[in-house]
Ligand binder design. Structure first.
Ligand code: NAP
Ligand code: HSE
Length: 430
């Protein structure tokens, strides 16, 4: 039983600044909840002389991680540096030295979570990571605890605030990609390297974390098929709307017997789905459980305040355990029998946009190729004609087909003289 809990903060950027601020402003309330005050002992930064928006006391700053890792009085380390290195080494060392760790680092948890959680169990401490997926939305807690009695069959999620902000701006306000990305960066939503958001990598890490908990199996980022949003054009948004769909960067995990599919890619979803109404920095995670039925979690997926809500909940949880001398969380159990279904084997519907020669017989040639690969067309619309180039743009919606067949059909169509360009192929999730 301790009379105060000491905290070491690693990183004082968007999230670290939010955590430091909330810990200071809510100190009295948190002390009541924990039963002992939480004291900020040290803050690791890269540049101690940087001008910062937060009110953190500069005398707490250090550039030497050992000042936190090696301090026997520090009970809990909050890692909000981001990236794999050196954060992974710091977390590992912290756990090995018997410290409790809270992190928002989805890359480290997705790549090394299994190892680190077991290491924490070995050292009789805990590693909590609620903020690593979905910002301020409670997801790790519900999946790791409240939904444990369920067999979860599917997750459909919008779990990257930056890309959802960009897609919303492009679809609803006709703002171009670069302007929308610049805004998302200014608002503190984007990763240090925003390519991680735009290319779907951040969502891949988060999906790996959520799917591992949902299916109670190990899911690594390399298992997740991913595509980013940079190949989407303004006309895709326009056509989606005309067809009754919205385009979202969707993270999908589905259980099929002993296999599961995990994929992140731009997806057409029907306009009337709740997920289609999730705009801006908001995230939403839809989970299908055999007992719970369908559940939808909705909230802000990025930003200093929502993320510090998740981090502080983990800190309070650990601090209570430490102050009351209770034991940490049990070791994770994983089912090792499930395997990942390759993307080539999934079945889904497709939206296909292409530019073709504007002359008789063209559609018949395209339909023949699709038919050869057993792909059935649900609708074809001729969108625009460029008379000077004698070309037309067509949009094809298919019935559910196998991904491998669709990719082969696209390669075959690209070889047709009448096909000038296959402009986009987007999966549809009804
Ligand atoms: P950030 O604004 O770039 O802040 C990173 C902080 O870490 C900075 O204070 C930086 O120091 C420090 N730092 C970086 N490398 C360091 C090193 N090698 N040694 C010591 N300090 C180092 O990042 P962020 O947006 O706060 O994100 C932090 C983590 O939270 C990431 O894992 C991110 O994925 C996750 N996350 C972010 C959000 C969000 O909305 N931003 C939401 C959920 C989760 P200086 O200040 O001196 O440069
Ligand atoms: N860059 C991430 C996002 C931060 O935009 O969702 C939250 O994890």
């Amino acid at each position: 039983v301790k009379d105060k809990i000491e905290v070491g903060l690693m990183g004082l950027g968007v999230v670290g600044g939010g955590v430091e601020n909330a810990l200071r402003e809510k100190a009295a309330d948190i002390a009541k909840q924990v039963g002992a005050p939480l004291v900020m002992k040290r803050i690791l930064v890269r540049d101690p002389f940087k001008k910062r928006a937060c009110q953190a006391q500069p005398y707490l700053f250090t550039t030497n991680p050992q000042h936190i890792l090696n301090d026997p009085e520090i009970d809990i380390i909050v890692e909000v540096i981001g990236g794999e290195s050196p954060a992974y080494d710091y977390i590992k060392e912290a756990i090995s030295r018997g410290k409790y760790v809270v992190t928002a680092n989805k890359e480290v948890i997705a790549k090394h979570g299994f190892e680190l959680l077991n290491l924490a169990a070995e050292h009789n401490v805990a590693l909590l990571y609620e903020a690593s997926a979905g910002g301020g939305i409670p997801l790790i807690g519900p999946l790791g605890h409240d939904l444990l009695a369920n067999k979860i069959s599917a997750i459909h999620a919008i779990i990257n605030g930056t890309t959802n902000y960009i897609l919303t701006k492009m679809a609803l306000e006709d703002i171009d990609f670069d302007t929308a990305l610049k805004e998302a960066r200014e608002l503190g939503y984007a990763e240090a390297d925003p390519a991680s958001d735009v290319d779907g990598i951040d969502a891949t890490y988060k999906l790996a974390i959520l799917a591992a908990l949902a299916f109670q199996t190990q899911v690594l980022p390399g298992d997740v098929y991913h595509e980013g949003i940079s190949h989407l054009a303004a006309r895709d948004f326009r056509y989606a709307k005309e067809l009754g769909y919205t385009i979202k960067l969707l993270a999908i995990a589905k259980r099929e017997d002993d296999t599961f599919q995990v994929r992140v890619h731009p997806t057409f979803i029907p306009d009337d789905l709740l997920l289609a109404r999730v705009d801006g920095v908001f995230n939403a995670v839809q989970i299908d459980g055999d007992l719970s039925g369908r559940i939808l979690f909705y909230g802000q997926g990025a930003g200093a305040l929502p993320t510090s809500s998740a981090i502080l909940a983990d800190v309070i949880h650990l601090a209570r355990n430490i102050s009351q001398g209770s034991s940490p969380l049990p070791r994770v159990r994983m089912d090792q029998t499930m395997t990942v279904k390759p993307i080539s084997e999934i079945r889904t519907r497709y939206y296909l946009r292409m530019t073709v020669a504007d002359r008789p017989g063209v559609l018949a040639q395209i339909a023949r190729v699709l038919g050869d690969f057993l792909i059935s067309i649900s609708s074809v619309i001729q969108k625009e004609v460029d008379e000077s180039a004698q070309s037309a743009e067509i949009v094809i919606m298919t019935h559910p087909s196998q991904e491998r067949a669709m990719q082969q059909a696209v390669s075959q169509m690209e070889k047709l003289d009448v096909v000038k360009e296959i402009s986009n192929l987007i999966r549809v999730e009804d």
